[in-house]
Design a protein around this ligand. Structure first.
Ligand SMILES: Cc1cc2nc3c(=O)[nH]c(=O)nc-3n(C[C@H](O)[C@H](O)[C@H](O)COP(=O)(O)O)c2cc1C
Length: 162
């Protein structure tokens, strides 16, 4: 039985991931962004991705209300953006270089890749909700390296082959 949450989190942290910021805008309100590493590809046909959101997040009412969002894959050197958009109750994008995506959601100008999505489904899963997105538009950079996250810290991609 998994009764030690801290140890469970530590064990999960052994799975290295990229880091993404999910951006969206509800009505005419200020756009927001939240840092996540739960992003995953799901399906090619239809093109689906997912990420999961803590059901205690201040952003939950917004992500329950919107029909669209954008996944911004962070690149090396984006630790500052990642930390800033992981601050509790402070998900403003003010001052960050943004552009409007095709879907009307703001996108981080310098991200390694963007996936613009329509909300395809939301599933309650324990203390998180899984948000599935149907990709309506995507872009990526041919060069650049990703920001990685492993055991609670940021990492870069190793160079060379093993
Ligand atoms: C690298 C990293 C990955 C994270 N991944 C997730 C995630 O997948 N889902 C999530 O709900 N929060 C994740 N968080 C936490 C949120 O970014 C944020 O800290 C938290 O939601 C703040 O509380 P609030 O949403 O109530 O403002 C992550 C934080 C960091 C730094």
């Amino acid at each position: 039985m998994v009764d030690d949450k801290r140890k469970f989190r530590n064990a999960l942290g052994h799975f290295a991931t990229g880091v993404a910021v999910i951006t969206t805008r509800f009505d005419e309100k200020e756009p927001i962004g939240i840092t996540v590493n739960s992003f995953s590809s799901v399906s090619l046909e239809p093109p689906l991705i997912l990420w999961s959101l803590d059901d205690k997040s201040d952003t939950l009412p917004i992500f329950n209300a919107v029909n669209r969002f954008t996944v911004n894959i962070l690149r090396e050197g984006h630790q500052g953006i990642s930390n800033r958009l992981a601050r509790q109750g402070d998900h403003s994008l003010e001052g960050l270089p943004l552009r409007a995506g095709v879907n009307g959601c703001p996108a981080l100008e310098d991200a390694l890749a963007h996936f613009e999505c329509d909300v395809y489904a939301r599933h309650e899963a324990g203390d998180h909700i899984i948000i599935l997105g149907k990709v309506t538009h995507f872009e990526y950079s041919e060069d650049g390296r990703p920001l990685l996250y492993h055991r609670g810290g940021y990492q870069g991609l190793a160079t060379g082959t093993p």
